[in-house]
Design a protein around this ligand. Sequence first.
Ligand SMILES: [Zn+2]
Length: 133
Amino acid sequence: MLKKGTKINSILTGTCPKCQEESMYMDKNPYNLNNIYKMHEKCSHCHIRYKIEPSFFYGAMYVSYAVGIAFAVAAFVITKVFLNNSLMTTFYAIIGTLVVFMPFIMRVSRNIWINMFVHYDKDWKENLKEETK
Ligand SMILES: [Zn+2]
């Protein structure tokens, strides 16, 4: 399913949105919380700058609301609709889900955000040569 060149691949793996040759993050594991936001300045393959402008990734906050709500809805459907738990249990299940998945949600939101602005370029190698001529 994770085909190179698709946005979903870059979003789920945190690879460079343009060439998808390497991770944007210094530490691939989002659960190392000290490093969760530590990114390389630019891609060593296609040389794109990840921080397109100062405070570019603030916009990812809005994405994380949407992703968080999606996780909350999923937790609600599983706990209340499928398992038929009480509202109180469902409430705790939602909170628990959000806490457990928060690092993942933050990362995926950044990945979605940058993928809205930067698109995969299968000819990135040729284009790089053009630019450095
Ligand atoms: Zn790249």
